[in-house]
Design a protein around this ligand. Structure first.
Ligand SMILES: Nc1ncnc2c1ncn2[C@@H]1O[C@H](COP(=O)(O)OP(=O)(O)OP(=O)(O)O)[C@@H](O)[C@H]1O
Length: 244
């Protein structure tokens, strides 16, 4: 449970009774109307925020009750983040941005070089590695950010509206990259999105309404178009405004 604003009449119960398990190698989308608690849920899992009660267990560790210092280590080694705006450092080249988590972890230079080339190839950004973030397109910047998020092989990649700032063509390229990451590296991905098209690339979609799980749907063996139609059907049943 997550309550904002402690016990008074003005308190907001942002999450209530939400329980979910994400398997290693799974990709899961979280959808729901504005204000339903998606970002709160993602932030609790990301250890950016703490639940008022309950546990968040990642790879066997309860991160909701970890001390600050251990938490910083945990975030650095076990999580990868992708935001709506790529959040790249403009004073570093794209290559240096991707390398950052490995540089901080003091990995060997030869390993850093090799691993960076490897992820850049799989996300199709090898040709812009030596440019600065302001010299590349929005779609490329977002794929560079995705490279940075996965380069240190985190247990979990968390994405908040990763396609929010992209046009449909670049969204498709990014989502196909996620699919490939998931398939080739068994990367576990949890993304918050308003976009049924983005959600349809995942194995499973969770729908949240008023801080509780409304329902979930699994893609199974169906093709993406069929799953996309089902996600849209659930959105229309769920209602509640702008869950496009
Ligand atoms: N820091 C905060 N202090 C108080 N209330 C908050 C805080 N953050 C979020 N809330 C409230 O908690 C509820 C859930 O918010 P949250 O941001 O998780 O929703 P969301 O589903 O991500 O919405 P959106 O799609 O609009 O980003 C809302 O009622 C919101 O107003």
């Amino acid at each position: 449970m997550k309550v904002y604003g402690g016990g008074l009449a003005s308190a907001t119960r942002a999450l209530d009774g939400v329980s979910l398990t994400v398997a290693k190698g799974e990709s899961v989308a979280i959808m729901g109307p504005s204000g339903s608690g998606k970002t709160t849920l993602l932030n609790c899992i990301a250890t950016i925020d703490r639940p008022t009660s309950g546990e968040v267990v990642v790879d066997g560790t309860d991160v909701a009750h970890m001390r600050q210092r251990a938490l910083a280590d945990f975030r650095r080694t076990q999580l990868g983040f992708i935001f709506q705006d790529s959040n790249l450092l403009d004073t570093l080249t794209c290559r240096e941005n991707i390398e950052l988590p490995l540089t901080i972890a003091r990995r060997k230079p030869s390993f850093i070089r090799e691993r960076t080339e490897q992820v850049a190839t799989s996300l199709n950004v090898s040709e812009v590695l030596d440019k600065y973030p302001y010299q590349v397109s929005g779609g490329q910047a977002q794929r560079i950010a995705a490279c940075r998020a996965i380069v240190a092989d985190p247990a979990l990649v968390l994405a908040d509206e990763p396609t929010g700032a992209l046009d449909s063509k670049n969204s498709k390229v990014l989502l196909e990259s996620f699919e490939r990451l998931n398939r080739d590296y068994d990367t576990t991905i949890l993304m918050v999105t308003h976009d049924a098209y983005a959600a349809s690339y995942c194995h499973r979609v969770l729908f949240i309404r008023d801080g509780s799980l409304f329902t979930e749907v699994r893609r199974g063996d169906r093709d993406r178009q069929e799953f996309f139609a089902e996600v849209n059907r659930v959105i229309s049943v769920m209602g509640g405004g702008d869950a496009r």
